[in-house]
Design a protein around this ligand. Structure first.
Ligand code: 4NP
Length: 183
């Protein structure tokens, strides 16, 4: 699975096994950016965490498409390559497979609540709830705007991803190896 961001190697894997799905409307601008930003942070700063990340859109307009070229350029300027990602639509199974489904704006959250199957287990939230205050509620849709909107998406998703990472690190049980035991 190419979209799983668990780093195994010389670090012990903390058995958190958290699954996170980022959701926007088209899955070509905001949610793939959030996916790439969090994956990059985990790889560089918390490779011991076992976190699966994916993204999807509430709409079906761009299924199979790579992230918008403007999102790719903005992310690449910060060293994050989104080119391998492909858009997909949220499915009913996502509400059982993922622990957290994190929406980019209130419309996405409302649509997710309407799609949520009975008995589903995923917790639905706005992604920016994880950003340090003060923060806006939503990651604004940059699709019809200029390049500044795409930079703003990077700024906001990076702030929220840092907050989410701090939260994940608090949840993770400490491994004796990770605590610096001799080997
Ligand atoms: P996203 O941006 O939801 O951040 O991927 C959009 C992409 C495409 C459209 C709307 C928003 N569209 O209407 O095609």
């Amino acid at each position: 699975m190419g979209r799983v961001a668990s780093a195994r190697g010389r670090f012990p894997v903390v058995p958190t096994g958290v699954r996170i799905l980022f959701v926007c409307l088209g899955n070509i601008c905001r949610s793939p950016t959030a996916e790439g930003v969090l994956r990059d942070l985990l790889t560089r700063e918390a490779p011991q965490l076992d976190v699966e990340i994916d993204s999807a859109g509430t709409g079906d307009y761009h299924i199979g498409a790579p992230p918008d070229a403007r999102s790719q350029r903005a992310a690449l300027r910060r060293g994050i390559d989104l080119s391998a990602l492909r858009a997909r639509q949220v499915s009913p199974e996502d509400f059982f497979r993922f622990d957290w489904i994190l929406a980019m704006d209130e419309d996405n959250l409302r649509d997710l609540k309407a799609l949520r199957p009975t008995g589903s287990t995923a917790k639905l939230r706005l992604f920016l709830d994880f950003a340090p205050p003060p923060h806006p509620d939503a990651v604004p849709d940059p699709y019809l705007g200029d390049a500044r909107g795409f930079e703003r998406v990077l700024d906001l998703t990076t702030a929220a991803a840092r907050g989410l990472l701090a939260w994940l690190e608090q949840q993770a049980p400490r491994s004796p190896d990770a605590a610096g035991g001799s080997d």
